[in-house]
Design a protein around this ligand. Structure first.
Ligand code: UDP
Length: 238
């Protein structure tokens, strides 16, 4: 797949990307991400973005502090929408048309998730930003990125990650023997219990033959390179 420019992609941006490692949104970081997305959209690539929310709330963490899990998960989902609006703003400043679609209806700020309409927006060169996760507690935005990619017929899920530039045999931050992997199958990832995304996301991709490229978010051109089919990160295939 190297050297192949994708036509329609789902880009998963975790909350960490928006916060620059802090709670909340770092406008400079979001502006940089928007610049990169604008570059590939101008080249004719159709881009949908699934936005995480870990820079605000993670349901599992709030549960450990005594909150009801489902309610905490809804807080997590609402957090993703703030990231969506930040990204929308900087994309519009780049002159790119956008639509935010959320899985939880909030008509003043976003359309509701309508897959056929999302496809139509993409065909018109608009970036579609998916917020609110699946609209269901106990899910993650990783899983949603695989589901949305399947439903809108994207070529690939581009999974951008903070603090790691590829899949390794072990955590490279703690294990000096960790070896970088260029290409691997979903079955191997699941068998080796590699946790670079959640297992449900891997299973959905594996069952439906959808490739996933895991790459590092750091850098000025990593998204552009991932979309362009440059040798970057780890390609996971069925
Ligand atoms: N969440 C959820 N259902 C979804 C997507 C997200 O309940 O379909 C909640 C969950 O609490 C999660 C939080 O929203 O911890 C933020 O999403 P996620 O952890 O996927 O964001 P990321 O890790 O990518 O920043």
């Amino acid at each position: 797949m190297s050297g192949h420019q994708f036509n329609r992609v789902v880009l998963k941006l975790s909350g960490e990307v928006f916060g620059g490692g802090e709670v909340g949104v770092d406008p400079d970081v979001v502006a940089g991400v928007a610049r990169q997305i604008a570059t590939v959209v101008r080249r004719g690539v159709q881009v949908a973005v699934v936005v995480g929310g870990g820079n605000f709330f993670r349901g599992a963490e709030l549960q450990k502090r005594g909150m009801d899990r489902a309610r905490a998960d809804y807080m997590g989902m609402l957090g993703t929408v703030m990231n969506c609006l930040a990204l929308q703003d900087f994309l519009e400043k780049e002159g790119i048309e956008t639509r935010v679609q959320t899985a939880i209806t909030m008509a003043q700020v976003a359309e509701q998730y309508i897959p056929l309409r999302a496809i139509r927006h993409l065909e018109k060169g608009r970036v579609v930003i998916f917020g609110g996760g699946a609209g269901m507690p106990y899910f993650t935005t990783d899983t949603v990125s695989a589901q949305r990619a399947l439903e809108i017929h994207a070529d690939v899920v581009l999974m951008s990650k903070n603090g790691v530039d590829a899949v390794y045999t072990a955590d490279p931050r703690t294990n000096p023997d960790a070896v970088r992997i260029d290409q691997i199958t979903f079955n191997e990832v699941l068998r080796q219990n590699i946790r670079v995304a959640d297992a449900a996301a891997f299973s959905l991709c594996a069952d439906n033959g959808l490739p996933m490229l895991v790459f590092g978010a750091e850098g000025d051109d990593t998204i552009v390179r991932a979309v362009s089919g440059d040798k970057i990160g780890t390609l996971i295939t069925a």
